[in-house]
Design a protein around this ligand. Sequence first.
Ligand SMILES: Cc1cc2nc3c(=O)[nH]c(=O)nc-3n(C[C@H](O)[C@H](O)[C@H](O)COP(=O)(O)OP(=O)(O)OC[C@H]3O[C@@H](n4cnc5c(N)ncnc54)[C@H](O)[C@@H]3O)c2cc1C
Length: 390
Amino acid sequence: MSQPHIVIIGGGFAGLYTALRLLQFPWETSQRPDITLIDRQDHFVFSPLLYELITEEMQPWEVAPTYTELLRHGPVKFVQTQVQTVDPEQKTVVCGDRQITYDYLVIAAGGTTKFVDLPGIKEYALPFKTLNDALHLKEKLRALETSAAEKIRIAIVGGGYSGVELACKLADRSGDRGRLRIIDRGDEILKNAPKFNQLAAKEALEARGIWVDYATEVTEVTADSLSLRYKGEVDTIPADLVLWTGGTAIAPWVKDLALPHADNGKLDVNAQLQIQNHPNIFALGDVAQAEDNLPMTAQVAIQQADVCAWNLRGLITNKPLLPFKFFNLGEMLTLGENNATLSGLGLELEGNLAHVARRLVYLYRLPTWEHQVQVGLNWLVQPLAKLLAR
Ligand SMILES: Cc1cc2nc3c(=O)[nH]c(=O)nc-3n(C[C@H](O)[C@H](O)[C@H](O)COP(=O)(O)OP(=O)(O)OC[C@H]3O[C@@H](n4cnc5c(N)ncnc54)[C@H](O)[C@@H]3O)c2cc1C
């Protein structure tokens, strides 16, 4: 009998970490599965550290290692291609002309940037979700920095986690030339964050002179301006860069899958993360609707990856499956260079200490021990190299 074949769509926190967890189990030879990981990119993205690319506190190889690098010792087969759909009847994943057959399927394709339908938004507002988004933003910043313009005027739409973290890093990079504002339609920033983090963020924004427009809506973006509606009046202001952090949407191909969906377009899964009436198909991470009101975070995706891997093994070895239960470990935000805030597990820290703690937690969370060692060594060596270069 041939080995069971597990196909994983998406090599993010949910998919990649499921593959890596599967490799750790002590399989009997006859049951050891073949694992195929599919992603449209050639690299994983550790998105909580994406902000560090703007200030060049970290390098792309640290934040976005390639799958070839991460999977070089394990027997996981990596296929770089764009998935178009899944045929649950034929048990195939369709990618262009190619069809990949599975026994067990994991759908972990994450989400895409959610844009609203406003003039100029898609053309001129920059998203910040992928490595390419971060590199594109850096290119734009470099062009502005080397221009003769006296000020660099940056507007960030959205006062959630991404908006606030981005604003602080951009302010630190731009220094005296930067003129930053956050636009939010609500009356406070980080409305879902613990009070401690919210206060630390407000202080960080104030210390950097970042203006926040509350109760304000964007109505239009052009190549060099932004129109804002406040109390019914529309005002157009100049802007060199507009960043859009409007949340996460589910990709159309996922919404079109012939599988049960929740009202928000996510794939509906049971407590074991399986899709109703398709026990051999799992969905997890941003693409899945598990418990109500689960945040779309890496923390959830990593915890689900553990349960998904365990349950795949359970199906293959006829063992009981585990239900997923989210354990909230708290949250951490970067608030500029060498500055952060964290709140969780009864602990509250801010400033440089929180920055170091955040770095250490993320070092521990990087996907493989080899990558942890390379990045950890680099963090030790870089300050020394900078000192010697003076
Ligand atoms: C800038 C930023 C900062 C963040 N900071 C934090 C944080 O501090 N803490 C936290 O917990 N969470 C954070 N998040 C949220 C977190 O990154 C997501 O919740 C998490 O990545 C979800 O994991 P996932 O595996 O479901 O999706 P993803 O990590 O997005 O992975 C999905 C993968 O699927 C691939 N894919 C998608 N469609 C296809 C297709 N059709 N064919 C092939 N491959 C496909 C993508 O290329 C991607 O690699 C942040 C997100 C961003 C954007």
